[in-house]
Write a protein that binds this ligand. Structure first.
Ligand code: FMN
Length: 324
């Protein structure tokens, strides 16, 4: 698996996730074995405006918060204003191995700017943007697509074919439409079809939660890599488990392996958070504790006690007592 001149050390990457992928979480996933980690969506307009109001360095700190351990890093951009995308790319080029362009975001704040999944509906706009991005940077470039806008207009394969012609180096396909949200399973048959048509690597996104899912995803689709979102959110150690995916069997559930220790993951993340992030946001820390507790015993009661906790000391005590 190679994306232009970038060779990841394995085929399992951390997917972009807004409000999850802070630098400290990305570093934790890299420590657990992720081959590449993605930032969450960076709005090129917001980045540009902030850089102009403060300074480029302040914008880079706010939106990426670079750290020497946070490599290899892919920076995901979204937007429709070419001048702002070009500005962001030029300023961020030295901070990542790969750029990704988001064509999947379903949120109103992004669609309203004619960006994200809006571009699946208006692919000519997308092609103009990608041509300009390609002229701006020689960095490896991935584009993250959805299947299409809705089930009547599934066009990911046609769009990907055009993107390949424009010099995009890899396609990430989250094979659900914007209208589907997370209903139904993602359509791995579409990933298989895409893989059979384009020559550039194809990265599968959607519904890989353990080693067995990964094994089946590779077998069924022939994809070149897998990018993991929700599975990593609740279990960053999924990347350690995935090392032995070829031997996985149906019995391999999320927490059944020795190398998985959600409590240790949370405490290590918290230590990184305190050292690296430029904020102390208790509700953000609580969110990570809630995700950590996803598969624990007495899940409902535990979640409530995490929500009710008043301070970090109390929260840490609850997490340390989690039983899986
Ligand atoms: C909390 C959350 C935030 C997300 N934020 C982004 C984002 O910023 N950019 C993006 O391209 N996809 C985003 N996604 C979609 C994921 O990258 C991924 O495509 C999707 O969740 C399917 O993969 P999974 O089944 O492994 O979670 C987000 C998903 C979640 C759960």
């Amino acid at each position: 698996m190679q994306i232009r001149d970038f060779k990841p050390k394995n085929q399992f990457f951390l997917a972009p996730m807004e409000a999850v992928n802070c630098t400290s979480f990305r570093i934790l996933c890299l420590r657990r074995g992720a081959g590449l980690v993605y930032t969450d969506l960076i709005d090129a307009d917001e980045f540009t405006q902030f850089a102009k109001e403060t300074s480029v360095l302040d914008a880079i700190k706010k939106f990426v918060n670079p750290n020497s351990e946070d490599q290899p890093l892919a920076i995901q951009l979204a937007g429709a204003k070419i001048e702002n995308l070009v500005f962001a790319i030029k300023e961020l080029e030295n901070y990542c191995e790969v750029f990704d362009f988001n064509v999947g975001c379903p949120l109103g704040k992004v669609l309203g700017k004619k960006a994200g999944c809006y571009l699946m509906k208006h692919p000519d706009n997308l092609y103009k943007i990608i041509s300009e991005i390609r002229k701006t940077t020689n960095k490896p470039l991935s584009v993250k697509l959805r299947s299409g806008w809705d089930e009547k207009s599934i066009n990911a394969v046609e769009v990907a074919v055009e993107l390949e012609k424009l010099g995009v180096d890899t396609i990430i396909l989250h094979a659900r439409t914007k209208e589907q949200g997370y209903q139904k399973k993602s359509d791995w048959n579409l990933v298989k079809k895409l893989k059979s048509i384009v020559k550039i690597p194809v990265i599968l996104s959607g519904d890989v939660f353990n080693s067995y899912d990964a094994k089946i995803a590779f077998e069924k689709t022939g994809c070149d890599a897998i990018i993991i979102g929700r599975g990593a959110k609740v279990n960053p150690s999924i990347f350690s488990q995935l090392k032995s995916f070829q031997k996985a069997s149906k019995k391999d559930k999320v927490y059944c392996k020795n190398e998985v220790n959600p409590v240790k993951d949370f405490l290590e993340w918290l230590k990184l958070y305190r050292k690296i992030e430029r904020r102390n946001n208790f509700s953000e820390i609580k969110d990570h504790a809630l995700w950590t507790s996803t598969e624990c015993k007495n899940n409902k009661e535990v979640k409530q006690s995490i929500v009710n906790s008043k301070g970090e000391e109390e929260l840490i005590k609850i997490v340390k007592e989690l039983k899986f």
